[in-house]
Design a protein around this ligand. Structure first.
Ligand code: ZN
Length: 268
């Protein structure tokens, strides 16, 4: 079984609609033997990759797609947080994504504390975007792992998923975050051409392998679909030469456990 814990739904091109993008996502999942996916909406309403409410209505009757909640703390406040609380209670959202670097905010911004409190109470993980943006290395200052470590220590019962391993500085990210047990990592974008060119495939593999050797429950398969190639990400995991059990953990068990997904009979 495979769960892709990090997919998006970009609507690009004149004739693309959310319905067409959804059909293509489900078709691509079948092609790559990905049974379940967690969709990450944008935190901007009217966005061409869809906001949280758009994703929820689009996938309401699609049991193999789970949805994350997102927030723009510069513009959304109490009212949206109350809505997220309700969505978490009903298990309509299984995670929360924040975008330091896309947004000029730090993970330690006090406006995020109500979100961390809510997620810790509800047992919902927070996914944090990290690393460079294409052609914009300077934005990585917002999502430096040192801030993520600070949040993880303030909220020890909160699961935090570091997306993209703070590329290209994967060793620095590993060194700071590996000692903190409530930090997990998804593999999204790590098999992307630009990420490999700037980081080096050996350094990416080493960061993942070292993490797995320390605790095989901390790496979660994700691709950053539709911006990234699914097969290249599957190959990246395979190239780590993990045991069968550990490969299963990466491909689905870790995501199922961390995001508490109703799959695999709860035997994670
Ligand atoms: Zn992404």
């Amino acid at each position: 079984m495979r769960i892709d814990a990090h997919v998006h739904l970009p609507v690009t091109g004149d004739d693309r609609t959310f319905d067409k993008a959804k059909d293509l996502l489900l078709c691509d999942m079948r092609e790559h033997d990905v049974e379940y996916a967690i969709l990450i909406p944008d935190n901007v309403s009217g966005s061409p990759i869809g906001d949280t409410e758009t994703a929820l209505s689009l996938f309401e009757s699609t049991p193999n797609i789970f949805v994350m909640g997102t927030i723009d703390i510069q513009r959304q406040g109490q009212e949206w947080i109350a809505r997220l609380d309700e969505l978490m209670t009903r298990r309509r959202i299984v995670g929360m994504k924040i975008f330091p670097g896309h947004d000029p905010i730090y993970p330690t911004d006090p406006r995020l504390f109500p979100i961390y409190n809510l997620c810790q109470t509800q047992g919902v993980p927070v996914v944090i975007h990290t690393g460079w943006n294409t052609n914009h290395p300077e934005v990585a200052k917002y999502n430096d792992p040192k801030y993520i470590v600070e949040v993880a220590r303030l909220y020890p019962a909160l699961s935090i998923v570091n997306a993209h391993f703070f590329w290209p500085d994967v060793e620095y990210c590993y060194r700071l975050t590996n000692p903190v047990p409530n930090i997990f990592y998804d593999t999204s974008a790590l098999a992307d051409e630009e990420v490999i060119r700037e980081t080096g495939i050996d350094r990416i593999r080493k960061a993942l392998s070292d993490t797995m050797a320390g605790d095989p429950r901390r790496i979660i398969f994700g691709t950053d679909y539709a911006m990234c190639d699914v097969e290249a990400h599957i190959e990246l995991i395979r190239s780590l030469s993990l045991s069968g059990d550990d490969e299963e953990r990466v491909f689905w068990r870790n995501a199922a456990r961390v995001f508490r997904l109703p799959v695999g009979g709860g035997a994670w």
